[in-house]
Design a protein around this ligand. Structure first.
Ligand code: 3IO
Length: 338
């Protein structure tokens, strides 16, 4: 009798646990490298809220901003090995790893983040490049066109000579061509480098004037309209395969929408951040002449050629990808406006 009771109680307890586990659903961990207030983390919280709503609680997302779970450089490996289910990578932090999608980082004069982000997503879905084969890509987006934020005034291109500026990816090469001293490092290491004087400024989008408080130290801003930084939100592939079909559909359906949402958000936010910097720290903004913009263009032209060579070496049809990217860019610009 006592034994029977034990079995009954055990069965009921186990059932209760299983039911509550099923009701609680699945928790996915989502790692991000920059601080919580920056745009990659703002889009992460937006995605979390939408996913939890659209899956009606079947999925909950636990977010880890500020490199608390994975950092900028171990993000890719960490997601591949399942240390986090989902992670955010800035593609230029992984030179040579993404030969196709690094096209988005080329100097092709994106002026809208929404256009750049949609172009990136459409290019990815069309070509499905094998460089992302061992992860599941949930969405992609870019930063806004890159500007110079510095402790010293860069009033004209020639003022860049010898100036150490933090950047990553193709922007480093552009800076080299302009006789500046590009220093490669992730965004999350930049505050310390600025503080120690290792760099005199950075090249990124204006959102960070406010979100990283760079307006306080970098009082001079120069509008250069250099390339955007491409980002990808990736998921551990085995973990993806464990998700039910209806959940997979919700996440797949959100890919393009999330790219557009993030681009649109950042286009508005960069203006707001610059206005904030002017108001709070009286930052000064310098513009370049048309001749100087032409000079940047001429001196950066070689980058497109070296991308083509590298892409061809990786077995890609570089000409077609590039032409397609430019066509998508033009189409989105016509639809959305620059
Ligand atoms: C970026 C990266 C992390 C947080 C905010 C950001 N705003 C613009 C960028 C792009 C960039 O500089 C980078 O290194 O990815």
């Amino acid at each position: 009798m006592k034994k029977l009771m034990t079995v009954i109680v055990w069965t009921m307890t186990t059932t209760a646990l299983l039911v509550s586990a099923a009701l609680a659903g699945t928790t996915l961990t989502y790692a991000n490298f920059p601080p919580a207030q920056t745009f990659p983390c703002v889009q992460m919280e937006h995605w979390k809220a939408e996913v939890e709503k659209r899956t009606e609680g079947k999925i909950s997302v636990q977010t880890f901003p500020g490199s608390t779970l994975l950092g900028p450089k171990n993000m890719l490996r960490g997601v591949q090995t399942g240390q986090a289910d989902i992670g955010c990578i800035s593609l230029p932090y992984y030179p040579g790893v993404f030969p196709a999608m690094s096209a988005v980082n080329l100097p092709v004069a994106f002026t809208s983040t929404e256009v750049a982000s949609l172009t990136m997503w459409d290019l990815f879905t069309k070509y499905q490049p094998s460089e992302f084969d061992d992860v599941k890509v949930l969405t992609m987006f870019t930063s806004a066109p890159s500007q110079v934020m510095s402790k010293i005034a860069i009033k004209q291109l020639s003022d860049l000579k010898g100036v150490e500026l933090r950047a990553s990816g193709s922007i480093l090469k552009i800076l080299g061509g302009l006789d500046a001293q590009g220093v490669g490092m992730p965004m999350s290491q930049t505050p310390e480098a600025l503080q120690k004087g290792v760099v005199k400024g950075l090249v990124s989008s204006f959102d960070v004037l406010k979100d990283m408080n760079f307006a306080e130290t970098c009082r001079f801003e120069t509008i250069t309209n250099l390339p955007v930084y491409p980002f990808a939100i990736i998921m551990n592939k085995a973990r993806w395969e464990t998700l039910p079909t209806d959940v997979k559909k919700v996440l797949d359906d959100m890919g393009r929408e999330q790219a557009q949402w993030t681009g649109h958000y950042l286009d508005n936010y960069t203006n707001e951040a610059l206005a904030w910097g002017k108001q709070k720290y009286q930052v000064e903004v310098f513009t370049l002449t048309d001749a100087e913009h032409d000079e940047i263009k001429t001196k950066s032209a070689g980058l497109v050629e070296s991308w083509k060579t590298a892409a061809a070496k990786a077995g890609l049809d570089a000409e077609t990808i590039l032409a397609d990217m430019l066509a998508m860019k033009a189409k989105h610009e016509a639809e959305i406006g620059k």
